[in-house]
Write a protein that binds this ligand. Structure first.
Ligand code: SAM
Ligand code: SF4
Length: 329
């Protein structure tokens, strides 16, 4: 097990397998999209597998596959099968927008994927189109149904945006009534390729909770899992749960066990840093595994204490404003 310089174990890798996406979510990228990396600048699957193997030998036991949209990358299922073989990786999770995912759900079940986070900010077709700038609601709904049918533990990720989907908070929470899902409401962060949408964030975790309490006065706080980024609640009579992620307020940094690698192989030891190690360059330089591991260990041991410190240390763009599609969420 490896610990960072603040005594936090590092056990969780979030790996973006592509920066490309088939949606254009308002909170993630501009309508015209972002400048995608040339393919040769993205890590190959073989490079990712080598890197995950090395990280597993250092104590990382959980990997989340994200992007961009992971299922946009060719042969993702081949990669997941290989990833499944890596000793030490106990949990593989996926975050997806669901547009291309449905047909793969049976194999995801077979592979023992631990959970799928499905991004869905509204259950209203028109608002879905407005927020994602694409008319793909039916495919995402089909994916939700398919995940349920296969009993794959599913979390719904909904970013709460002033003027866009606040009327969806209760309908989305209602999904937890008859489904074994966790519906998580996320504070909007400035990672949209342009910068913050508001001078002050209106829909903070406090306000989201207040909205839930107005409708569900008996909502109960439940115990959060270790390293959980969400505050979790149970509504009496509901099968599932609801959660709130204070992603902008950054209340969860004290127990953060995660690192990120972008699709081009940049290591981020905090969501709010602007990259601390070029793993792709190391992997392509022909150095031995030990050297790659040592470089990663050094980076893990120089983590900022929280997202505010990380943001203040940024070298390239400050404040943070890159698209979440390049970071992976
Ligand atoms: N394309 C996949 C998807 O949407 O699920 C995976 C990548 S996406 C960048 C990962 C997560 O980041 C999604 O759940 C999305 O809602 C969240 N996200 C993207 N931009 C965000 C932002 N500006 N603030 C908060 N969450 C954001
Ligand atoms: Fe694509 Fe996911 Fe970003 Fe939406 S949040 S644009 S689906 S990467």
């Amino acid at each position: 097990m490896i610990y960072d310089n603040h005594g936090r174990p590092i056990t969780y890798l979030r790996l973006a397998v592509t920066d490309r996406c088939n949606l254009r979510c308002f909170y993630c990228m501009p309508a015209e999209g972002i400048q995608y990396m040339p393919k040769k600048e993205l890590l190959t699957y073989e490079e990712m597998l080598r890197m995950v193997n090395l990280m597993a030998s250092m104590g990382i036991n959980k990997v989340r596959i994200t992007g961009g949209e992971p299922f946009v990358r060719k042969d993702l299922m081949y990669f997941l099968r290989q990833l499944r073989q890596i000793k030490g990786i106990q949990d593989i999770n996926i975050t997806t927008n669901g547009v291309l995912t449905t047909e793969h759900v049976p194999e995801l079940k077979q592979l023992g994927i631990s959970s799928v986070n499905l991004s869905l900010d509204t259950f209203d077709r028109d608002r879905f189109k407005e927020i994602t700038r694409r008319d793909e609601f039916d495919k995402v709904k089909a994916c939700f149904d398919q995940l349920n049918a296969h009993r794959i533990p599913t979390k719904i990720n909904a970013v709460v945006m002033e003027g866009k989907n606040t009327e969806d908070i209760i309908p989305l929470a209602e999904l937890s009534r008859n489904h074994l899902v966790s519906v998580r409401f996320i504070e909007e962060m400035p990672f949209n390729g342009e910068g913050s949408h508001y001078p002050v964030l209106v829909w903070t975790h406090h306000k989201i909770l207040q909205k839930l309490k107005e409708r569900y006065s008996d909502i109960q706080k439940i115990k959060d899992a270790a390293h959980s980024t969400s505050y979790n609640y149970h509504i009496p009579g509901h099968k599932g749960e609801v959660g709130i992620i204070a992603a902008f307020s950054r209340t969860f940094c004290g127990s953060c066990n995660r690192v990120r690698v972008t699709a081009q192989g940049t290591l981020k030891t905090c969501l709010y840093d602007d990259g601390v190690l070029d793993i792709r360059q190391l992997l392509r330089s022909g150095v031995a595994d030990e050297e790659v591991k040592n470089a990663m260990k050094n980076a893990f041991r120089q983590r900022p204490k929280d997202g505010f410190e990380a943001e203040s240390l940024r070298k390239f763009s400050n404040p943070a404003s890159e698209s979440m599609s390049t970071i992976g969420g």
